[in-house]
Design a protein. Structure first.
Length: 650
């Protein structure tokens, strides 16, 4: 019996003990025991190819399960016939190489060996990257679960680039990768383009493993996509290994978040504010190093001009309010027209040179530039106005606007005499579908027969009330920020009477309050406390009506009982006793959760991909909830809005 078999056996026995102590089944999984009858709908023979050994997950049948550990190391005694055959195959591979491919079945991007388990074990023991195999693909019957949708995206990628090596954890990643190489997945790539991609991946993989990437939850594909997003203008194959490894070190906390989103922390309520009789600054003066003589300097960057953007002006008003609120302890500076990456970089560099310690970028489309700046200036805090973006170096902040939409939905139904109300939504992004559904649920609580007609905003199209007039809808919810050019009164919730707009209510942002809460954290040290956590986290502030960052402005003409309705609903939300997403929820296709269920998790709310059952309309074709940065082709995105146009916020 060869000494090599004894070494492999010791590794296998070690694996058995480790898995058994962890409560994990210690032997190879068998595909036949994983699949139930009817789980698949057919098979496709793909031919012979090299497959990555780390994607070989088990054996096809149960007969060979207990001959190997989960890592394909042998576990049978050295006196067995199995051990002799394994040793003989080891000699063949190390002297002349295997001539025949193994036979495998592929299911959900993993391989299960039909013939050639011992050859696979030998290659695993030798540390080979791949093995030649005849591959037969099994197609799943159901495609609605997230992992099935992700596999469907892989199949789309496979048809364009026939390689198994690249694997992602998030939907939309394959399309983003193709875009970074200047291509799409609509047709097969030329051989030269395939070689460029696969060579780039293998080069990055070797350096990623050298840097310790195997210890992260993110796949190598996830890490490659994150790296290329930060350095899209360089050909990776031309970048020296030392530079790539150095960059990976700088990006490490970002790479740790490049996989599944479990480390995105949604902070839904601010820290309790200490009571004090000594004024605002006395709340944190015992901790903060800042004073009028040594102020905290903040920079606010706006994508568009203050002269043309009401969204930018709203944030700038909040900036000025914060500066006034904290006296000379906080100083701010504003920069507008920062949409160009070059202009953005120049502005940030200048601000840092002037001693700015925190930078607020006030549009989700600025996230790509913000993330890159955060890598360049690790000594500065960066925040971006968006929701649920997985970057440990950039915190995001947004509001639970769906709470205000829930209230205005109820108000809308109380004014709709024909059981129909309209709702105009902007480009779909994280949180926007929750606003639609909350509005629809609020409306249904007042009028169980109500239908919400959903339309998506478009550039250059008819105004909302013109689009709704032909459908008999007179009560509608439009833009909360920018009115249409032909009627400056058509904001928020309004009713059309004899062709004229009668305003009812307007959801409003209190950016001054929001910035006050964030700046308090910067001053009192709570920000640094979170940064010192052992595990990298992406922090997203997601405050709502209870913290005063979102409210409602009501028309002076609103009737008394309508005001009472609004007050009752608002107070219920602020006290936490009323939530549109608690209890039974029904979508256009069925029950989302049954009666008696607790409220949806925050992450499930912001990433909704379904519409309430009383909504008439659809989500844009091929849309799935992704990062807002995709609007600018930046980090973390993959939005496919099916032709919908518009801005994240005006």
């Amino acid at each position: 019996m060869s000494e090599e078999y004894r070494k492999a056996l010791r590794r296998g026995e070690r694996d058995l003990r480790r898995d058994a102590s962890a409560g994990i089944y210690p032997y190879l999984p068998a595909l036949d025991s994983v699949l139930a009858p009817g789980d698949t709908v057919g098979e496709v023979r793909l031919g012979t190819m090299e497959i990555p050994l780390d994607m070989v997950a088990g054996t096809r049948t149960e007969g060979r399960q207990r001959s190997f550990s989960r890592t394909f190391m042998p576990v049978l005694a050295p006196t067995t016939e199995f051990a002799a055959k394994w040793s003989n195959l080891y000699t063949i591979q190390t002297t002349e190489g295997f001539r025949d491919p193994v036979k495998v079945y592929e299911y959900m991007h993993r391989f299960y060996v039909q013939e050639g388990n011992k050859r696979t074990s030998v290659m695993r023991y030798l540390g080979a990257y791949s093995i030649e195999a005849e591959v037969t693909r099994l197609l799943p019957r159901q495609w609605d679960a997230p992992e099935r949708r992700l596999y469907g995206e892989f199949l789309e990628f496979w048809r364009a680039v026939p390689t198994y090596d690249i694997e992602f954890s998030r939907e939309g990643s394959y399309r983003r990768l193709a875009a970074l190489f200047g291509r799409d997945l609509g047709s097969p790539w030329p051989d030269e383009a395939v070689r460029e991609l696969t060579s780039t991946y293998q080069y990055f993989r070797s350096l990623y493993q050298r840097a310790g990437g195997s210890h992260l939850d993110a796949t190598c594909g996830d890490a490659l996509l994150a790296y290329l997003s930060y350095f899209p203008d360089e050909r990776l194959l031309d970048t020296p290994p030392s530079i790539v490894v150095e960059r990976l070190g700088r990006l490490w906390s970002e790479l740790a978040l490049a996989g599944p989103r479990e480390d995105v922390v949604l902070v839904s309520e601010p820290e309790a504010e200490p009571t004090s009789h000594g004024g605002v600054l006395s709340r944190f003066s015992y901790r903060t190093p800042y004073s009028p003589a040594n102020p905290l300097r903040l920079a606010f960057l706006y994508e568009r001009s203050l002269a043309t953007s009401s969204w930018a002006r709203a944030h700038d008003a909040g900036r000025l309010e914060v500066e006034k609120r904290f006296g000379g302890t906080v100083q701010t500076v504003a920069y507008d027209d920062c949409s160009s990456p070059d202009d953005f970089t120049a502005v940030v560099d200048a601000a840092v040179e002037q001693g700015v310690r925190a930078v607020f970028t006030c549009s989700p489309t600025l996230m790509a530039s913000t993330a890159k700046a955060a890598i360049t200036h690790p000594e500065v805090h960066f925040l971006n106005c968006s929701c649920n973006l997985p970057h440990s170096r950039v915190r995001s902040y947004y509001g639970r606007m769906y709470e205000a939409k829930f209230v205005t939905g109820a108000l809308a139904a109380s004014f709709a005499t024909n059981h129909r109300v309209g709702y105009q939504a902007n480009v779909p992004m994280f949180g926007s579908v929750a606003e639609i559904n909350a509005f629809a649920i609020g409306a249904a609580l007042v009028d169980p027969k109500v239908k919400v007609r959903l339309v998506w905003s478009t550039r250059g199209g008819d105004s909302l009330y013109h689009r709704m007039a032909n459908e008999g809808v007179t009560v509608m919810s439009g833009s909360d920020v920018t009115a249409p050019w032909d009627d400056p009164l058509a904001l928020g919730l309004y009713k059309m009477v004899n062709g004229r707009v009668h305003n009812l209510a307007l959801p409003v942002w209190n950016w001054g309050r929001y910035y006050e809460l964030i700046v308090q954290g910067l001053l009192n040290g709570s920000w640094q406390d979170a940064d010192d956590a052992a595990r990298p986290q992406a922090v997203s502030y997601w405050y709502g009506m209870s913290s005063g960052v979102i409210g409602l402005s009501l028309s002076d003409d609103l009737p008394y009982y309508s005001r009472k309705l609004v007050d009752q609903l608002t107070h219920g939300i602020e006290r936490g006793v009323l939530d549109p997403f608690a209890g039974e929820l029904r979508s256009q296709t069925g029950v989302v959760q049954p009666a008696g269920s607790p409220r949806l998790r925050e992450l499930d709310v912001v990433s909704m991909d379904w519409l309430n059952d009383n909504v008439e309309g659809i989500l844009p074709a091929n849309w799935h909830p992704v990062d807002e940065t995709s609007l600018a082709g930046g980090l973390g995105g993959g939005l496919s809005a099916g032709g919908v146009t518009g801005e994240a916020r005006p």
